[in-house]
Design a protein around this ligand. Structure first.
Ligand SMILES: C[S@@+](CC[C@H](N)C(=O)[O-])C[C@H]1O[C@@H](n2cnc3c(N)ncnc32)[C@H](O)[C@@H]1O
Ligand code: SF4
Ligand code: SF4
Length: 371
């Protein structure tokens, strides 16, 4: 049973291994053979959240922004883009649907169905407030690669200091339980990932999230670095940066110990350690933090709701637009993308992106087998 599962995972993982080989060739020879291994479609800006650490939530709470129309990719275009993503990347990629809040997107069920039809590894993140029977059934039917649900703490007082939604903690936790229960009942095999941002408000409670969820089969916990724009747009956000890195160290040590005890934590020990550096040094655009070649331009593509395509989520330089007659493949192979890819390769911004902290190959294999 175990052997057949491992064998199944290895077969499924071969295209991803091939993608690693393509990346090596593209980075070290004149031949550009990489295709995106990760395509992010921001299909909606709409959200019901009021999170204080997120610009979407802040805009929702601000009466000057309230009532402003939010951009969404029309359902038909999302379906077309999913097909184009498959044509470009074959079977060695995953598709991330991004929001706003995905469960509110009018094309959510159609996007799930199209991805299922093409056997695409689909992933998305939700706040979980509306993980009701209908949404859960749609998810179960499409059997995505994984579903991430954001939860900053299992203590409502702490969670709702960041995620200021009335009874939001209860709703999210009930949604998670419903999803896990239905996943079992229907023998679906997708992973559930609980995502928590590491901030001053919640970092002390993070081990409780790990203990609550990360021993349930196929449930993993993934910590995220808190990102904030330090140019004065949202001053209160600076308060969410971890202040006492020594205290953070104690919590990180506790989390590392939980990882050793078998709790399923996506971040490896080095990545967990890096959270301490991140909060000590911050995101400084001008600062050289690593000497590694940035490979994101060879592996990632991000489409905004207005159709613009970027390759770095921090530099935000557009290399094409999917609503201006270009397919994803044409944009990926365009002179603009090539030039930006080369600029990115020598970028040394301390951005905390996966490019600057490559995950060891063995860790990738272990995480993959666990999912
Ligand atoms: C923008 S949300 C969209 C999905 C969904 N609405 C949700 O809350 O999960 C995607 C992820 O970004 C995270 N996020 C929001 N603001 C952030 C910030 N300032 N720094 C880092 N992550 C943030 C959320 O916690 C969530 O896991
Ligand atoms: S629910 Fe998600 S997108 Fe909405 S405000 Fe919160 S973090 Fe931002
Ligand atoms: S290293 Fe530079 S180019 Fe690469 S992801 Fe970070 S900010 Fe973008």
């Amino acid at each position: 049973m175990l052997l057949s599962r491992v064998f199944g995972r290895i077969v499924k993982g071969l295209p991803f291994l091939l993608s690693e080989v393509r990346l090596l060739i593209s980075c070290h020879t004149p031949w550009m053979v990489s295709v995106p291994r990760s395509i992010h479609l921001t299909v909606t800006e709409r959200c019901n959240g009021l999170c204080k650490m997120c610009f979407v939530g802040m805009n929702n709470a601000d009466k000057n922004f309230r009532g402003q129309s939010k951009v969404e990719i029309p359902k038909e275009d999302t379906v077309r883009l999913i097909r184009e993503a498959k044509e470009l990347s074959g079977s060695s990629f995953y598709l991330a649907l991004i929001g706003g809040e995905l469960l509110l997107y009018h094309g959510f069920a159609a996007a799930l169905e199209e991805s299922r039809k093409h056997n695409i590894s689909l992933t998305f993140t939700t706040n979980g407030y509306t993980l009701n029977d209908t949404n859960v059934n749609d998810i179960i039917r499409s059997n995505p690669m994984n579903v991430s649900i954001s939860l900053e703490s299992i203590d409502p007082e702490i969670n709702e200091r960041l995620r200021s939604f009335k009874n939001g903690t209860r709703k999210t936790m009930e949604g998670i339980d419903r999803l896990i229960k239905q996943r079992e009942a229907n023998n679906a095999d997708f992973s559930v990932i609980i995502k928590s941002i590491v901030t001053e408000v919640n970092f002390r409670q993070l081990p409780d999230v790990v203990r609550r969820y990360a021993k349930i089969p196929k449930v993993l916990w993934n910590p995220q670095p808190f990102y904030h724009n330090a140019d004065g747009v949202a001053e209160h956000m600076a308060d969410f940066s971890v202040k006492d890195v020594n205290e953070l160290r104690e919590v990180i040590d506790e989390i590392k110990e939980l990882r050793r005890q078998g709790y399923a934590i996506v971040a490896d020990e080095e990545t967990l350690e890096n959270f301490i550096d991140y909060f000590r040094d911050g995101l400084h655009k001008e600062r050289v933090r690593h000497n590694k070649r940035c490979t994101l331009g060879y592996t990632h593509m991000f489409v905004s709701p207005s159709g613009g395509v970027i390759m770095c989520p921090y530099i935000l330089k557009s290399v094409g637009n999917v609503f201006q007659g270009q397919s994803l493949k044409e944009i990926w192979n365009s002179p603009e993308a090539k030039a930006h890819r080369e600029e990115m390769a020598s970028c040394r911004i301390n951005c905390n992106a996966t490019c600057s902290r490559p995950v060891p190959f063995l860790t990738k294999v272990k995480t993959f087998l666990r999912m």
